[in-house]
Design a binder for this molecule. Structure first.
Ligand code: NAI
Length: 400
């Protein structure tokens, strides 16, 4: 089968398995060039198949020589379906990371479910005994309420007044004006239920109850703060309410872990990147394009892998922590630099649509989005058919 990009509403419905390997390999190469650091031995990543979860997994597997368990929700290849990029990232990470001689396993399942939590706990008991770090890096559109059986959906909506913004339609490569509707209280509650802190708290409570947390255990979840150009849609909208809830949960978990394990719960505000989740948020494609343009101009751009490497080496396990008045680790301080914010805002507000589309930053944004789904790599001949079943058979994928 020939695999060419298939995009719907800023979302790829397919992925190129060989391109996903290049993606993972690129991050591994970066990780190998980075300085090693003393970190956790056994790490559980919830949402480690793409974006920040995958970068965290690679940074820790190579930088700190850690074992990793990854829980992610990805689609497998079936018939004409290629399987999702995250599915292939998992396959390739495990295959490439055999060289670490450590244990790397994956569970493909719903992180919100009790069944998944039980499977992970059983595995920890059988293999590692205890876990030193839990990374909560989920970006989910829906969560099943196990009490009612209902599927609850998160919403990207404004609070108060509707917001008019712009986004890049990736398929047509046009800039479109969009109106983000006002949320009802139910929309806010649903988004908090899916993307807030309750499931993170459920995980830590479950692991604690089953006595698989090591002394000094740490847990970290990723938030986004952003600036004046993203506030209306992000921080002041439904997703911002979910992040507030996540941050509040972080405080409660911190108290609990400090008391019982001399451990800690951390919230880190990470910089805006190109990921499956972020491209879906209106305004983000334009903001990230202008941000890339500005940060590259000032040679302050940092790859996703290097961002997470610096987070763990310097700020989680090192002594160079930068925190704000809410106690959040601000690894996003380069993005939030006043000059960067000012110049990014200028580009967003003063450039015409065609000038925005011609920016090098926008081109980089688009290329990155294709590449995280395995496309637009010069090394791959996309006209060459790939028999996915045969390709998959080459790998000995360890799943729970
Ligand atoms: P992503 O879309 O690349 O990855 C999301 C991960 O969650 C994937 O591994 C996916 O399989 C997993 N997942 C989703 N639903 C699941 C379920 N029900 N069960 C198990 N796994 C599930 O997302 P990204 O962008 O890396 O986001 C991760 C976290 O980082 C989110 O909390 C996000 O808000 C935060 N963040 C993202 C930023 C960005 O610019 N992308 C900036 C700052 C924070």
């Amino acid at each position: 089968m020939k695999i060419t990009p298939s995009i719907r509403s800023n979302f790829f419905t397919n992925a190129h398995p060989k391109g996903c390997r290049i993606n993972v390999l690129k991050q591994i190469k970066e990780a190998k060039n980075n300085k090693a650091f003393k970190g956790p031995k056994n790490v559980l990543i919830i949402g480690g198949s793409s974006g920040y979860g995958l970068a965290s997994r690679i940074a820790l597997a190579y930088g700190a020589n850690a074992n990793t368990i990854n829980v992610s929700y990805e689609s497998e290849p079936r018939g004409k379906r290629t399987g999702s990029a995250g599915f292939w990232n998992n396959i390739h990470f495990q295959d490439l990371a055999k060289e670490t001689n450590n244990i790397h396993v994956d569970l493909l399942g719903d992180a919100f479910s009790k069944e998944t939590k039980k499977t992970v706990v059983n595995y920890i008991k059988e293999t590692f005994g205890t876990i030193d770090l839990i990374i909560y890096s989920l970006a989910a559109g829906a969560r099943k309420d196990e009490m009612t059986g209902e599927i609850v959906r998160s919403q990207i909506k404004a609070i108060g007044e509707p917001v008019v913004g712009k986004t890049i339609d990736i398929k047509s490569q046009e800039i479109k004006t969009i109106t983000v509707e006002t949320a009802t209280q139910e929309d806010i509650d649903n988004t908090v239920f899916v993307m807030g802190g309750s499931d993170w708290s459920d995980w830590i409570t479950f692991l604690d109850t089953h006595q698989v947390l090591a002394d000094g255990v740490k847990t970290i979840a990723y938030t986004y703060v952003g600036g004046s150009t993203t506030n209306e849609i992000y921080r002041d909208g439904t997703i911002g309410k979910a992040k507030e809830d996540l941050e509040k949960t972080g405080k409660a978990l911190d108290t609990k872990l400090q008391k019982s394990y001399d451990g800690e719960a951390i919230i880190s505000s990470s910089k805006a990147i190109v990921s499956k989740a972020s491209v879906f948020i209106p305004q983000m494609p334009i903001y990230v394009s202008c941000l890339f343009e500005t940060m590259k101009k000032h040679t302050m751009h940092e790859s996703i892998l290097n961002h997470k490497h610096r987070l763990f080496k310097d700020m989680v396990y090192g002594d160079k922590r930068i925190t704000d008045d809410k106690g959040r680790i601000r690894i996003d301080h380069h993005e939030m630099d006043s000059l960067i914010q000012k110049e990014t805002t200028n580009l967003m507000t003063n450039l015409s649509d065609s000038a925005l589309l011609s920016l090098k930053g926008t081109k980089d944004f688009l290329t990155t989005f294709y590449q995280i789904n395995g496309f637009r790599f010069d090394e791959i001949n996309y006209n060459e058919p790939l028999k996915i079943v045969n390709y998959l058979d080459k790998f000995n994928f360890k799943r729970l």
